[in-house]
Design a binder for this molecule. Structure first.
Ligand code: SF4
Ligand code: SF4
Length: 461
C-alpha cells in the first residue's frame, strides 16, 4: 500500500482532545462459520482488529480507516471516493489500495475452520512491540465462593469476600466497552454460583462483547442451566477437568462426587452450540496418567485441550504438589502427540522460564506473561489486578480513572518487564520468554531468602 503511513486522524472524531478509543463490533457468516470481529480505534487513529477474540492484528491509521469502511459495508464507490478525498490521491490509487486491502482483510477475518473461539489463547500478528491502550480481555472474578476446594487454588482471598451487586457489574461492563475491551471472561471462585450470571452475560453480549466462563462444570450438569447460558448469548466455556480417574479428580478438587457432576456438565455443553475446552492443572497426582486423561477427553469429543502448571499464588505457593519446570518437557511431548493423534487443539498456558522449559521447541507457541497488557482481572469488589493470580491492587474500576489503573507503576513495570531476574537481562530469548511468570520468580526469590535466613539462624545458634 502506497500511502499507508500518511495520516494520523482517527475515524470519526475531529476532536483531538478525545482520549477514549472507539470500539466497533461486527458479525460475519461465511460458509456456515461465524466470525465476530472487533475493531478498536485509538485516539491517534491506529487500530486493532480482533477476530473471535483470539486473533489480534495491529493496524496503522490508514489501514484502520479502510477496515472501518469495509466492515461498515460502505458501498465501494463511496468508500473509494472517501479515501481519495481524505488522502488527496488519484481515484486509481485509492481504488487499487482499497481493493488490495479488502483482499487482505478477508483473509485475516476468515475463521480457521476449527474452533472460531480459541478462548484464552491469543494469536498476535506482528509487530509484537505495539503497546495496546487497554487489554483485549478482562476476567471478571464475580465471586470467590466455590463448591470445590482445590488445595492448589491460586485464590488468595477468603471465600466470603465482598461482592458487587448486579447493577455495579453492569456499570463495569459498560466502562470496559468504553475503554475498548471486547472480551469478557466470567470466573471466580466459581462463577456459576452467582444467581445473576446469565443476566450479566446477556448484558455484555448486548454491548457487543464476546463472553466466556471458566468453571468447574458442576452446575452445568443441569441441562436447563446450560440452555439459559446459551440463550443469554454465552460464546465459550472452559471446564476444569483434572483426571479421567474420579478419585484423583475428586481428591484434587477436594470435593467428593465432583467428577461425576463435572463429566455430566461437560457432556451437556458438548451437546450445546457453545465452544468448549477443558483445562487441566498438571500436578504430581494426575500427571502420571495424563495420557489416559487425554484419551478419555478425546472419547468424549472435547475439541480443545488446555494444560497448565501450578500457579505460585494463593494456596499454590505452599501446596508442594507442583511439577518442576525442568520436568515438564516429556509431559507436554505426550500431550502434543496425543492431541495430534486425536485431532484436538492443544493450548499450553503457563509461561515458563525457557531455560527450564522452552515451549517453542515443542511447537506450543510463544508463552510470555500477558498480565496488565493483554488481560487483567477484576475482583468481586471491583478492585482491579494485573491478572487473576496477581493479588496487587491497581485501583478500583468503579472509582478510579482508567489512566491511573493502566499506568499504575506495577502495570507499567510488568509491561516493560522491569523486574525480571538478573540472568535474563542479556539473554537472547528474553523477547519471547520474558523471564517466565513473575509470580514464579517471586516465589523462588522468597524461598531463597527463607533458606538464607534459616542458614543464618543455624550459623548463629
Ligand atoms: S529470559 Fe531469563 S528465564 Fe528466559 S530463557 Fe533467558 S535467562 Fe531463562
Ligand atoms: S503473572 Fe503473568 S504469567 Fe503469572 S499467572 Fe499472571 S498472567 Fe500468568
Amino acid at each position: 500500500m502506497k500511502f499507508l503511513k500518511n495520516f494520523s486522524n482517527s475515524i470519526n472524531r475531529n476532536n483531538s482532545q478525545d482520549k477514549s478509543p472507539e470500539l466497533f463490533h461486527y458479525k460475519r457468516q461465511k460458509v456456515g462459520e461465524l466470525s465476530r470481529i472487533h475493531l478498536r480505534v485509538d485516539p491517534d487513529g491506529t487500530g486493532l482488529l480482533l477476530v473471535n477474540a483470539s486473533k489480534v492484528i495491529h493496524l496503522n491509521p490508514t489501514a484502520a480507516y479502510m477496515a472501518h469502511l469495509s466492515l461498515e459495508e460502505i458501498p465501494e464507490d463511496q468508500a473509494i471516493s472517501k479515501i481519495k478525498k481524505r488522502y488527496k490521491v488519484t481515484k486509481e490509487a485509492a481504488q487499487s489500495d482499497y481493493l488490495d486491502f479488502q483482499i487482505q482483510l478477508d483473509e485475516l477475518i476468515r475463521p480457521d475452520g476449527v474452533c472460531p473461539l480459541h478462548d484464552l489463547e491469543l494469536e498476535i500478528k506482528p509487530p509484537f512491540n505495539v503497546e495496546p491502550s487497554a487489554p483485549y480481555r478482562m476476567d471478571l472474578a464475580i465471586t470467590y465462593r466455590c463448591n470445590n476446594d482445590c488445595p492448589h487454588c491460586y485464590n488468595a482471598r477468603p471465600r466470603n469476600y465482598r461482592e458487587l451487586d448486579t447493577q455495579s457489574w453492569k456499570d463495569i461492563l459498560d466502562k470496559l466497552w468504553d475503554y475498548g475491551i471486547p472480551h469478557i471472561v466470567y470466573t471466580g471462585g466459581e462463577p456459576t454460583i452467582r444467581a445473576d450470571l446469565c443476566e450479566l452475560i446477556a448484558y455484555a453480549e448486548k454491548n457487543g462483547q464476546i463472553t466466556g466462563i471458566n468453571t468447574n462444570g458442576r452446575r452445568l450438569k443441569d441441562p436447563d442451566f446450560v440452555k439459559q447460558l446459551v440463550d443469554a448469548g454465552l460464546d465459550h466455556v472452559q471446564i476444569t477437568f483434572e483426571s479421567h480417574n474420579p478419585s484423583i479428580h475428586d481428591e484434587m478438587v477436594a470435593a467428593r462426587g465432583a467428577w461425576e457432576q463435572t463429566v455430566s456438565g461437560l457432556n451437556n455443553v458438548l451437546e450445546s452450540p457453545l465452544f468448549v475446552m477443558t483445562n487441566t492443572t498438571m500436578l504430581n497426582a494426575n500427571s502420571p496418567y495424563l495420557a489416559e486423561t487425554l484419551k478419555f477427553l478425546a472419547n468424549m469429543g472435547v475439541p480443545t485441550i488446555g494444560l497448565n502448571a501450578l500457579i505460585y499464588s494463593g494456596k499454590g505457593k505452599n501446596v508442594g504438589t507442583g511439577i518442576k519446570e525442568s520436568e515438564l518437557s516429556p509431559l507436554l511431548e505426550t500431550a502434543r502427540l496425543l492431541t495430534q493423534k486425536y485431532n484436538q487443539r492443544l493450548i499450553w498456558y503457563t509461561p515458563t522460564q525457557y531455560c527450564n522449559f522452552d515451549p517453542m521447541q515443542l511447537e506450543l507457541g510463544v508463552k510470555g506473561c500477558t498480565a496488565a497488557r493483554y488481560n487483567m482481572c477484576i475482583e468481586p469488589d471491583g478492585v482491579i489486578l494485573p491478572c487473576q493470580s496477581y493479588y496487587v491492587k491497581l485501583g478500583n474500576l468503579l472509582v478510579d480513572d482508567w489512566d491511573s489503573i493502566w499506568n499504575h507503576q506495577l502495570a507499567v513495570s510488568l509491561r516493560e518487564r522491569r523486574n525480571i531476574p538478573a540472568k535474563c537481562r542479556t539473554c537472547v530469548l528474553l523477547s519471547e520468554c520474558g523471564g517466565g511468570c513473575p509470580l514464579y520468580f517471586q516465589h523462588v526469590n522468597d524461598q531463597n531468602k527463607h533458606e538464607e535466613s534459616i542458614d543464618n539462624f543455624h550459623h548463629f545458634v
